[in-house]
Design a protein around this ligand. Sequence first.
Ligand code: URA
Length: 239
Amino acid sequence: MEKPPTYKDDKSLLFDEAVDDFRAYLRYMGAMGCNGFAFSQKTRDILDRWGKDVALTEELADIRRDLGDCKRCNLSKGRENIVFGQGKPRARLVFVGEGPGHEEDVQGEPFVGAAGQLLTKIIQAIDLTREDVYICNIVKCRPPHNRNPEQDEIDACLPFLVRQLKAIQPRVICALGAIAAQTLLNTNDPITKLRGGAHEYEGIALIPTYHPAYLLRNPAKKRDVWEDMKKVKKIVIGH
Ligand code: URA
């Protein structure tokens, strides 16, 4: 005769047992006068994500695998490396730039050249590090001579960025420059009109700001970027 499942061989029973224990513990703590717990940031991140499409959410590694040795547009012909993106897979903050430059193409990582060094400083100015955030671009291969990506190149690459953003589920996206802001907001409005406003991408706060490469040429605009970053910080950290 078949034995009934025990707590040891049925994981759902084990889980039920743990939940019962935890419930009893909370009841005991409540009776002792405890009415709250201080959770770590990691625990709060887990609770934030609890029950949200867990089964439907894919991993960044799956998306990278699907991208493969991409030849979906002409940018593949001149590239050295695909620059997929870099950083924390569950980052609260994602920076989206335009496309890799020479240094990024050589190293296969986003924002590692002069503009990237400025972006690193911008991230540090809001008390974060590059490891705390995720950094990627609208197109993953370097446009020749650093020209703007063409619409067909953006169209070929965008589905992968859309999937990356869905997988990461950040609280805020910071769009760096006109191409990133216009693409994610599906508008032709100039960056001068977009920055300073409150926007959303798929229910995620989107803050457009000037591209760090533009800032290197126009340092007076750093003041505006600082205003934008204060808003970013408020959403990410809560103050
Ligand atoms: N500029 C971008 O838009 N992206 C990079 O990765 C580097 C420079």
